[in-house]
Design a protein around this ligand. Structure first.
Ligand SMILES: Cc1ncc(COP(=O)(O)O)c(C=O)c1O
Ligand SMILES: N[C@@H](CCCC[NH3+])C(=O)O
Length: 414
């Protein structure tokens, strides 16, 4: 366990989170190298029964310190923009292990990725296929592609993070898959290499993964009869984590559930886990700034806000909040933990039983995924610093922003 309590003090690896808050100030994101490593290796080992590549979903945490740790373990990366591509390169990631997902790849992004020799473009529409073909032909190259298919499977997750239903914008609907594969196979600039699917995020059972895989295998078999043979299958990401009382499958259970079908298929397997690698490898530290008990509700104003961590506001996500040190008194009350941003949805947790005092430091657990990456400068708030802990060492992997620099790109009208 990379986050554990020692004599009442919440620690990350060998350092106390209270000490890190004192040294680097709050709000502060803190990541554990050991947790990232263990989570990545859990996937890599679980799929060791087959030729595979784990491609970490960069969108879940794109700090180059995080990406660098994973790159050195042999990770590939799932990217969704030219920006993420450059981050992966800056972190030492190998282009040949990159899969490029996402709906709106621009010509520039396609050109850069093609020249670098990435593993695969996961194509989301007929129009995108044509665009990739044109860029590849202009460069005298062939683009390796998979079609990201939309299998119309209910991921049984929050509707905002479900992606595999036919009403979602993602993927190629199953009624046009064969036609678009046939087009792909006929294009000079395209080399059809695989099939891809990602049905949603924070999935807590294996059933939807299984249902999607069954549908994809059916497609692969039909494609064979059309003379289209594939080299790989990309099973996407989406494996959930425990924020409260969810009991998601472990990577080993997930792999075991898919193993018979994948082995029968015999193709190389790509996967794109994000949250299951990064979420519980990070926390957000925040300090209680002041207490505002009222007749109606008790508000604790903390220094982290929705601009630092938007998951509670955006998805009503429940995230565990723990004091980093033993409470200084035992007057437990029910608190709403709210930030200073001028929105009623600005909270990081509601109705939490805590014995609080101004100055207490709290840790929002499971904040390593979709935390800092979704942070903004709303209310002209500088974004938090990020620190990576490795054993008894802490490294600043992103400095705290400086307020004066937030309008550096702006100018007055003459
Ligand atoms: C195409 C694609 N791959 C992978 C992921 C990573 O998902 P997760 O963080 O749930 O593993 C996402 C986000 O849901 C995605 O859109
Ligand atoms: N941002 C979402 C996950 C979205 C996944 C995007 N493909 C979350 O915080 O839960």
């Amino acid at each position: 366990m990379s986050f554990s309590r020692v004599d009442g003090a919440l620690c990350v690896e060998q350092l106390s989170l209270g000490a890190l808050a004192a040294q680097y100030a709050t709000p502060l994101y803190v990541y554990s190298r050991a947790a990232l490593t263990a989570n990545y290796l859990a996937f890599d080992q679980a799929f060791s029964f087959i030729d595979h590549q784990v491609c970490f979903a960069v969108k879940s945490n794109s700090n180059i310190g995080v990406l660098g740790v994973l790159a050195r373990l042999g990770a590939g990366f799932d990217i969704v923009s030219g920006g993420e591509l450059e981050r992966v390169l800056a972190a030492g990631g190998e282009p040949a292990k990159i899969v490029f997902s996402g709906l709106g790849k621009t010509e520039q992004e396609i050109e850069r990725a093609l020249k670098l020799g990435i593993a695969c473009f996961n194509v989301e529409s007929a129009a995108e296929l044509v665009r990739i073909d044109q860029v590849a032909q202009r460069l005298g190259l062939r683009a390796p592609v998979s079609l990201r298919v939309n299998p119309d499977v209910d991921a049984q997750t929050h509707p905002y993070i479900s992606t595999g239903l036919k009403e979602n914008k993602f993927g190629i609907p199953n009624d046009t898959v064969y036609e678009i594969y046939a087009t792909a196979a006929s294009l000079k600039g395209i080399e059809v290499v695989g099939i891809d699917c990602h049905i949603g995020s924070q999935l807590t059972t294996t059933t939807p993964f299984h249902d999607a895989l069954d549908k994809i295998i059916e497609m692969i078999n039909t494609l064979k009869t059309q003379g289209i043979t594939l080299k790989h299958i990309d099973i996407g990401g989406g494996l959930g984590v425990t924020y409260r009382d969810e009991t998601p499958p472990t990577p080993a259970e997930y792999a075991a559930a898919l193993r018979p079908a994948l082995q029968a298929l015999g193709l190389k397997v790509y996967m794109e886990p994000g949250r299951a690698i990064s979420a519980n490898a990070g926390v957000l530290l925040t300090t209680v700034d002041m207490l505002k008990p009222t007749t109606y509700r008790n508000f604790a104003l903390v220094d982290a806000a929705m601009n630092d961590l938007i998951r509670p506001s955006l998805y009503s996500a429940w995230m565990d909040i723990q004091p980093v040190a033993k409470p200084r008194h035992d007057d437990v009350k029910v608190w709403d933990l709210v930030g200073p941003v001028c929105e009623s949805t600005d909270f990081i947790g509601k109705e939490r039983e805590l014995a609080l005092e101004a100055g207490d430091v709290l840790a929002v657990m499971g904040a390593g995924a979709y935390g800092f990456v979704m942070a903004s400068n709303y209310n002209t708030r500088a974004r938090a610093a990020e620190v990576m802990v490795d054993g008894d060492q802490a490294y600043v992997v992103r400095q705290r922003e400086i307020v004066n620099e937030l309008w550096a790109l702006e100018s007055l009208v003459p």
